[in-house]
Ligand binder design. Structure first.
Ligand SMILES: [Zn+2]
Length: 477
């Protein structure tokens, strides 16, 4: 009799939990309902802003957090699997709000994507936002993976010149040079930027982006302020966030902020504020733009009233900033490692962008701009040359003046706000009802952000993983 009752109730629970997930077409729920898991004895930093709770109890059932708090606040259900965590630190799963995951080389994305996602999970990263590759292609590949962070994807959008500039030749002393338009180089990697003309229909573009699985727009380049405004308004009508490069030629950061964009990426891009309206409209080719940026982006220029006005307006309106300092650091390190090489416009640009971007980030933090710790990580190429969230957080603390607590918020609660919408509301803090995305650390990250390296366990949607097993490819039970 008891058995006869047990079966329908299990099915009911699975159905209710599936309904609570908001209908995401994720992996099928496992057949038996997992028993509760209780993580007992850790110091809990829940990412909500409350002080760390020593000797805490955190209870997880299925893929959700049931309860998290002091021992008396949270009861351990009978039959729960206990994870003894005395002396450890429990934090929300980390979020990297800026990655590029899909790179098609020689016709396939190969194993790189799956291996990279396992490695990100091993670092305690349980959610990532792809800032522009190919939403439909990426999401269909990720769906078949066993061990991966949650993946959200943004749709890249650029203006007409991004798709056609270059076909028109440039006259030089050595003859006419033709370059391929930047959009072509992207398409060769399997990325799918979409074109928006200044007289285009923004609502149709947004509907198509949603159809492709994108959860928001990433404005990339060659968009004027009218286009930025119309795209932003259309996306917001559809409940989708809009992020963009700090500046999108010709629209400036100030124009992007006033258009209502949710966030801008790359602190060094605030150099766009230092150009005149005419320069912004005509600096189109990469080489010209880099040379002009290298000339204006000095450390002192980060204090230029036009840059500070853009930052103040971001702080006032809640427009977020992803500085992407670690990606720039990697580019500088590449030049530092070359013993003998010819100086180039590109190198000059990278070095000035690095110094300028760091100072802009310091000013942004001082002026109350909310930071999201997206790293601009790519899942392609040599592992040692890829930017990481860990590297970004270390730079934000060691060089840009964030406290370890503020840096952790930038990779949890605030990164979840950066993602926004329904998916952002499910992650980023340890609270009843949210996804059970957790990281158990052997050392205290609030004392030293570098202690994020000591990941003991990672949980994503209630499933436990040990970093060593993720990296060796052996599944954990
Ligand atoms: Zn990027």
């Amino acid at each position: 009799m008891a058995r006869a009752f047990a079966v329908p109730s299990v099915i009911t629970i699975v159905a209710l939990l599936a309904a609570a997930c908001g209908g995401t077409p994720a992996r099928p729920a496992p057949a038996p309902v997992a028993p509760s898991i209780a993580i007992v004895g850790a110091t809990l930093w829940d990412g909500t802003g409350r002080a760390p709770v020593p000797n805490a109890v955190t209870v997880v059932r299925h893929d959700r957090i049931l309860c998290a708090g002091a021992a008396g606040e949270c009861l351990i259900p009978a039959g729960a699997r206990i994870i003894a965590a005395q002396g450890r630190y429990l934090i929300p799963g980390l979020i990297d709000s800026h990655v590029h995951l899909l790179f098609i080389t020689r016709g396939s994305a190969g194993e790189e994507l799956g291996l990279d996602l396992r490695d990100l999970l091993a670092q305690g990263i349980t959610t990532v936002r792809d800032m522009g590759t190919d939403p439909a292609g990426l999401l269909s590949r990720v769906r078949s993976l066993q061990a991966a962070p949650r993946v959200h994807a943004m749709q890249l959008v650029a203006g007409r010149r991004f798709f056609f500039n270059g076909f028109r030749g440039t006259a030089t002393a050595r003859g006419t040079i033709y370059r391929q338009p930047p959009a072509l180089a992207m398409q060769q990697l399997g990325w799918k930027p979409v074109q928006f003309d200044s007289d285009g229909d923004a609502d149709t573009l947004v509907a198509e982006a949603r159809q492709a699985g994108a959860m928001g727009l990433k404005l990339y380049a060659q968009l004027d302020s009218g286009s930025v405004r119309r795209l932003t308004e259309a996306a917001h009508r559809a409940g989708m966030p809009v992020w963009g490069h700090a500046w999108v030629q010709p629209a400036s950061v100030m124009e992007q902020v006033l258009a209502g964009q949710n966030g801008v990426v790359h602190a060094a891009g605030l150099a766009g504020e230092l150009f005149t309206v005419e320069e912004r409209a005509t600096l189109v080719r990469d080489g010209d733009l880099q040379a002009a940026t290298a000339a204006v982006a000095t450390v002192g220029a980060a204090l230029d009233p036009r840059v500070l006005a853009a930052l103040d307006s971001m702080a006032r309106r809640g427009t977020m900033l992803e500085p992407t300092l670690d990606a720039v650091r990697h580019s500088v390190a590449t030049y530092d490692a070359k013993l003998r090489h010819k100086a180039s416009v590109q190198e000059e640009y990278v070095r000035s962008a690095s110094r300028f971007g760091m100072e802009v980030t310091r000013q942004a933090i001082r002026r109350g701009v909310r930071i999201s710790a997206g790293s601009d990580h790519v899942s392609y190429g040599l592992a040692g040359e890829r930017a990481t969230l860990f590297g970004e957080l270390r730079l934000l603390v060691d060089s840009a003046g964030l406290s370890p607590t503020a840096a952790l918020l930038a990779a949890t609660r605030d990164a979840a706000r950066a993602i926004g919408g329904q998916p952002g509301g499910q992650v980023g803090t340890i609270q009843a009802g949210r996804y059970a995305d957790l990281v158990l650390l052997a050392k205290n990250p609030l004392e030293d952000i570098a202690n994020l390296e000591y990941v003991d366990l990672v949980m994503v949607g209630g499933k436990l993983w040990r970093p060593g097993q993720l990296r060796s490819g052996i599944a954990m039970r």
